[in-house]
Design a protein around this ligand. Structure first.
Ligand code: SAH
Length: 347
C-alpha cells in the first residue's frame, strides 16, 4: 500500500487531478501531510469528504507503531523500536547535544543489512528488507514531535543516515526521503543538516552527486589498506579503494562540503602508527575530516577498542598531518544505541 508521506508534490498533484480535484487541493494535502502532520484523514478538515475517502482507499498515513523507547540516564540519547505494518522491526536514535544546540535523529534505511561488516551488530543479523521512504520520513516526524515536547519546544535539527542498513543500496527510497526532509513545507532541513553515511558504494556516491541533494557524505573507511579493509568489510572486495576514491573525488568536486571519513579503531587490526601513516598518505590530497570511533562492544564480536594511549597517538598522527580527527566518544552505549549496536539484543 502506498505511503502518503513518500509521495512527491508531483505525485500528489497527479492524484488530485485524477480524483477530479482542483490543483490547490494537492497543496492543501501536502500541508496536512508535512506541515501539520496529521495521522488521520478525518483531520484534513478543508478537504472534501469524498477526496479524503479516496486518499484513505489508496494509501496510508502511518506505517510504524512505537514498540518501545529507551532513554539514557542523562536523557540526552534515546532509542526507539518501531514495528512496521508487516511486522518488521526498525530502530532509530535521538541524540541531543546541548552545547551545540543540536538534536540529531539517526535513521535506519534497512531492516538488517547485507554488508556484514565484521564488527557491526546489524550485519551479524543478515538482511531483511529495505525501509521505505515513508517509513524513513515517519521516523523523523515521530521523533521531531517527541523532541518538541522536550528541550524547550525545539524540534529535530539534523538527520543522519547512520542507523541500520546501507543507504546507497536503498537509493530511491533514501533520495525520496532526503528530498522530502529538505522541503520547506515540512522539516525544511538544508543539505548541511543531512548526512548520509555509506560503506562506500561507488555507483551510489556518483548517483548522489548527480541528484543535487547536496547533503553531507560520510564514508566508513576503517582502513586505508585494502587487505585490512576487506577483512573488516567484505564489501570492500566488490568496491575496492581504487574504485571508491575516484567516486569520492567526483563527489567532492561537485560539493561545497568536506567529506567525513569514519574510522572505527580496533586494537591490533587498524590502530597502529603504521596504519595511521597509511591513512595520512591516502587522505592527504583530500579536504576532509576523520571521525575516530573507538570500537563499541558488540555481543559475539571478539574485536576490542585500543587502549586510550593508542587512540591518542593515532589522533595525533593525523592532526600532525593537518587532518582534523576528533575522537567520537560513545553516546548511548548503555541503551545499545551507539554506532553499530543497533539490533543488538532487539529480538
Ligand atoms: N552502512 C552505512 C551506515 C551505517 S552507519 C555505513 O557503513 O556507513 C554506522 C556507522 O557505525 C558506520 O560507520 C559503521 O562502520 C559504524 N559501526 C558499526 N559497528 C560499529 C561498532 N561496533 N563500533 C563503532 N562503530 C561501528
Amino acid at each position: 500500500m502506498r505511503h502518503w508521506l513518500a509521495a512527491s508534490s508531483e505525485e500528489l498533484a497527479a492524484f488530485a487531478a485524477e480524483a477530479g480535484q482542483p490543483a490547490f487541493r494537492a497543496k492543501q494535502l501536502r500541508d496536512w501531510l508535512h506541515a501539520k502532520r496529521v495521522d488521520g484523514f478525518a483531520a484534513m478538515s478543508n478537504l472534501p469528504p469524498a477526496f479524503r475517502e479516496s486518499l484513505a482507499e489508496h494509501g496510508r498515513l502511518r506505517a510504524l507503531r512505537e514498540l518501545g523507547r529507551k532513554d539514557a540516564a542523562d536523557k540526552l540519547t534515546s532509542k526507539w523500536l518501531w514495528e512496521a505494518a508487516d511486522g518488521g522491526l526498525i530502530e532509530s536514535v535521538l541524540i541531543i547535544e546541548k552545547q551545540l544546540s543540536r538534536r540529531t535523529v539517526c535513521v535506519s534505511s534497512m531492516i538488517g543489512c547485507p554488508l556484514a561488516c565484521a564488527f557491526c551488530a546489524t550485519g551479524a543479523g543478515g538482511f531483511e528488507r529495505n525501509v521505505s521512504a515513508g517509513e524513513i520520513i515517519e521516523q523523523v516526524y515521530a521523533i521531531d514531535a517527541h523532541a518538541r515536547t522536550r528541550g524547550g519546544g525545539a524540534g529535530v535539527s539534523h538527520v543522519v543516515f547512520m542507523g541500520m542498513g546501507e543507504p546507497l543500496l536503498n537509493f530511491d527510497n533514501v533520495l525520496a526521503a532526503l528530498n522530502t526532509l529538505r522541503d520547506p513545507a515540512g522539516m525544511g532541513l538544508s543539505g548541511r543538516h543531512l548526512t548520509l553515511s555509506t560503506a562506500g558504494v561507488p555507483d551510489g556516491i556518483r548517483a548522489l552527486a548527480d541528484s543535487g541533494v547536496n547533503c553531507r557524505l560520510a564514508v566508513s573507511l576503517h582502513a586505508a589498506n585494502q587487505k585490512t579493509r576487506e577483512r573488516l568489510m567484505p564489501c570492500a572486495k566488490t568496491w575496492p579503494l581504487t574504485a571508491l576514491f575516484p567516486a569520492l573525488e567526483l563527489f567532492a568536486a561537485g560539493s561545497s562540503r568536506d567529506i567525513t571519513f569514519e574510522y572505527c579503531l580496533i586494537d591490533s587490526v587498524n590502530a597502529s602508527r603504521a596504519d595511521a601513516r597509511e591513512l595520512v598518505a591516502l587522505l592527504r590530497p583530500f579536504r576532509c575530516k576523520v571521525n575516530l570511533i573507538p570500537l563499541n562492544p558488540v555481543p559475539g564480536v571478539s574485536f576490542s577498542a585500543p587502549p586510550a594511549a593508542a587512540v591518542r597517538a593515532f589522533q595525533e598522527a593525523l592532526e600532525a598531518a593537518g587532518i582534523s580527527a576528533p575522537v567520537r566518544m560513545e553516546k548511548g552505549a548503555e541503551i545499545g544505541a551507539a554506532c553499530g549496536q543497533l539490533r543488538a539484543g532487539k529480538k
